[in-house]
Structures are given as structure tokens and as C-alpha cells.
Design a protein around this ligand. Structure first.
Ligand SMILES: Cc1cc2nc3c(=O)[nH]c(=O)nc-3n(C[C@H](O)[C@H](O)[C@H](O)COP(=O)(O)O)c2cc1C
Length: 205
């Protein structure tokens, strides 16, 4: 039976999307595991998005490439990894809005004992990546999920001067959000995907 790990993310300029894609590669590197990428909804009014060419074209790309997440995806998921840009040290409202639709799953205990993790990105190195990931864990704890970070056995964590922490993968995108994830960021992202997949396989056997 194939194990499905959902990677659910919000992205305005595509950096969080690139991290999600690397996480999916990590998931797929584990035998018997499949990655399912889903985007959360763009909540900004279309007239605002239209004013920013990069935002508008990324929105179009995301809508063409990845299905909009449904709460039923969480039922189908064997594990789930959540990604959001840092917004004032916290997750983006779009991802929070998705969580706010999950009370039915919570009542059913639909996420209890499923493994998950989180990833983020921010404009600046110390702009709140760790607080974002820590606060992203809160709904997961309420849902009974088992949270995985990235252990220091992932050697890149010891040396990177880019994103990434034991709390989870991250990337520093600069004030214009035009600095894509580095190789170190990608390696740490893949490590989280692989770890969540491996832990899910272990729990299933
Ligand atoms: C409303 C808002 C709040 C933000 N808050 C922070 C912040 O607290 N710290 C920081 O370093 N960057 C902050 N940023 C920058 C974003 O985190 C950054 O542009 C994002 O990670 C890019 O990801 P994306 O390409 O997936 O959209 C903020 C951006 C917006 C629009």
C-alpha cells in the first residue's frame, strides 16, 4: 500500500513552493511513499494581486500546477507537512484559514498519530523563522499529530549559514523575495520530507 504524505503550503512569490517541491523529493526518496502537493487559497482580493506582476503570475502558476487543498485531504493523508512564509513571525492567514476549516477532522480525531512537520521562509535571517515554525506546530498538537523536526544528524545543519534549523527547513529570501532557496536549504528540506515519510512507514509496521 502506498503511503501518502501531503505537503500543504501557501506561497506568494514561489519560494515556499520551491521548498515544498524539495520536501516532496525527500518524501519520494523513501520506498513506498508518495508526495501530494496542495496549495492553500489566495485570500487577497484579485485587484490587489493584479497590481503586482510577480504575485499575479505566481498565483496563475500555482493554480495551474497544484490542486487547492481540501479538508478531506487530511483524512487521506498518512502524514502532512505544512509550509508558510513568515508573516510577522507567524504563519500566513491563508494557512491559518485552512486550519480553521478542520474542526470536523478534529472531532473525528482524523489526524491523531499522523506524523507531520513545518517549513517556512522569511525576508531576513532573524525575521522570525523559528517562531513561525513553533507557532505552526500549535494546531498540529491540537489535532494530535506527532511532530518531526530535522535532527543534527543532518550534517548541513551544523555548517549552514543559510536557512534551516532543528525546528524545520527554512529559507532567507531577501526583502524583495527574489533570493531562491540555496542548496543548503534544499538539502534540509529534503531531509524533513524523508524523515516524515520514514517515520510514517515505521508507525505503519
Ligand atoms: C505581511 C507580511 C509580513 C511579513 N513578515 C515578515 C517577518 O516577520 N519577517 C521576515 O523576515 N519577513 C517577513 N515577510 C517576508 C516574507 O516572509 C517573504 O516575502 C516570504 O517568505 C516569501 O515567500 P514566498 O516567495 O513563498 O511568498 C513578510 C511579508 C509580508 C507580506
Amino acid at each position: 500500500m502506498t503511503i501518502k504524505i501531503f505537503v500543504i503550503f501557501y506561497s506568494r512569490y514561489g519560494n515556499t513552493m520551491r521548498m515544498a517541491e524539495a520536501i516532496a523529493e525527500g518524501v519520494k526518496s523513501v520506498e513506498g511513499c508518495q508526495a501530494e502537493l496542495r496549495r492553500t487559497a489566495e485570500l487577497a482580493p484579485p485587484e490587489i494581486v493584479k497590481r503586482d506582476e510577480r504575485w499575479a503570475s505566481m498565483k496563475e502558476h500555482l493554480e495551474k500546477t497544484y490542486p487547492l487543498v481540501q479538508t478531506s485531504d487530511l483524512k487521506e493523508a498518512d502524514g502532512a507537512i505544512f509550509g508558510s512564509p513568515t508573516r510577522f513571525g507567524n504563519m500566513a492567514s491563508s494557512l491559518k484559514d485552512f486550519w480553521d476549516q478542520t474542526s470536523g477532522i478534529w472531532v473525528e480525531g482524523g489526524l491523531i498519530n499522523k506524523v507531520g512537520g513545518c517549513f517556512t521562509g522569511s525576508a531576513t535571517m532573524h525575521g522570525g523563522q523559528e517562531t513561525t515554525i513553533l507557532t505552526m506546530w500549535i494546531p498540529m498538537i491540537h489535532h494530535g499529530m506527532i511532530i518531526a523536526g530535522v535532527p543534527y544528524s543532518e550534517q548541513v545543519l551544523m555548517t549552514t549559514r543559510d536557512g534551516g534549523s532543528p525546528y524545520g527547513p527554512s529559507t532567507v529570501v531577501g526583502p524583495m523575495a527574489d533570493q531562491p532557496p540555496t542548496m543548503n536549504d534544499i538539502v534540509i528540506a529534503m531531509a524533513l520530507g524523508k524523515r516524515v515519510a520514514e517515520l510514517t512507514v515505521k508507525l505503519r509496521h
